[in-house]
Design a protein around this ligand. Sequence first.
Ligand code: NOJ
Length: 593
Amino acid sequence: MTSQSATDIRPLDESAELLVDDPTWWRQAAVYQIYPRSFADASGDGIGDLRGITSRVPYLRDLGVDAVWLSPFYPSALADGGYDVDDYRDVDPRIGTLEDFDELSAALHAAGLRLIVDLVPNHTGSGHAWFQEALAAGRGSRARERYIFREGRGEHGELPPADWESIFGGPAWTRVEDGQWYLHLFATEQPDLNWADREVREDFLTTLRFWSDRGVDGFRVDVAHALAKDLGEDLPSAAELEAMPQDGDHPLWDRDEVHEIYAEWRRVFEEYSPPRTAVAEAWVGSAERRARYASPQGLGQAFNFDLLEADFDAADYRRIVTENLAQSARTGSSSTWVFSNHDVVRHATRYGLPPRAGRPGKQGADWVAAGGPDDGIDRELGLRRARAATLFELALPGSAYLYQGEELGLHEVAEIPDEQRQDPAFLRTTPETRSADGLGRDGCRVPLPWTRGGASFGFGEGGAHLPQPSWFADFSVEAESEDPTSTLEMYRRALHLRRELQGAETLTWDDVLAGGEVPAGGDVLSGGDALSGGDVLVFEREGGWVCATNFGDAEVPLPSGEVLVASGELGGADDAADAARTLPGATTVWLRR
Ligand code: NOJ
């Protein structure tokens, strides 16, 4: 592949139009997540950087996505891949400079793409000036009020204030030199902020304006459901915490008053034209509770991980889509769909494993922990299903969040030696205390393969910070660009068509096409569980855009219409009229009626 430099980027007429002050751009966007350390390395130090991303803007434009979401690129000790932020208003020197950021932002905008940055408000990194000040200033100081410091239990305060375990394993409280303890729901290097503190709140408003003034279009909000906490002097035990319902009054998670914070943020978003947008990462108990984060008075949109957690199953998919579209219609948000991100085993791999291989959302962890045995996975089936699932996703109303490398059909890299693992979930546990998912996240963060060979498959001249397997060659951008049947070419075609075909945020299930009976009142907002098509789902969008997915093994007749794109080869003779063709198992097709 010839790499193009940022200066080659010409505004496309069509894109220029896209960047007109459209306040609704986020409602049905295809958003591409970049994990900056692993995308492209221009400096050649083995770590991806902003200039690397800028050099690949033509790739992103040609792919056909509407926006880019950058995972954290801020100064960080990298205790948690950058989600331990030491300065919210700067760029990590290993990744670039603020000038590099401005260049990237300008290049993306010139190519018609929006830019979303990751905001990590629940905790800072332990290198943050505030935390360093809090350590130095000692107990009772103003500096400690910005975090959650407590005295320990036991005669000499030698026991943590509570027996809570952090999300990554190991204790959630760490003792500092003068004997006090601080809370970190994640790694030791991620002290939780105290959002009851006015200065903390003000500082984040400053950060929102800092990036918005630099032209950022939106924010992805990390652990959005944890900011508000109610921690009196008597802390509940871990067991008590676990047993408490998460109904708005849990001491740690999804408290009702968290929305006061986001209402303040919304006022900042509305200072800009078009208003800045946000998407919440909120792991909450129900679609109804998630909708609060997505309210137009709050963040506006929230990740819905229901498809990510589902098996490849027609009834599950249909129920999830129907419920989520109904929920969004009620609240004024738009739906979001996700299959992969930087925290989960890639969906091509998950779908090649037996159903329910691991707990929901963590499918695949056991396989990774076992070293990725070839006899435990059907890679071909996994990729086939992943492609079908993605084509289904891209036809849905709402926003699709895609993760770098999924457009290449990459599988999870399981073969990472322990000494090269970086995930704090691995580093904070021992083989004795580690559950399978403690090994999970490095395998989807391996630097991307751009070329068939060469230094780190074209990622950069200085090697890759996580080892790339030899099978990456066949999944490289170079290899796939030469193959019209590749996953990359399918994504390109589908993403471009999606722009052209996009219409109202509704769909209609078509049970006649799906080979079944039409349920009474069987359209989207009323026919939730009235599935009658067995393994096949067919829905239609405004303007005659039809998406048909066969979730089963046996081929079925192809619904009528002009074939626009398919996730795999269709059955029947190549030269047969579309009407005489078939839809094989684990395949999606888009048709125009
Ligand atoms: C969620 C992020 O997606 C994950 O990568 C991170 O480790 C935690 N939040 C803590 O910031």
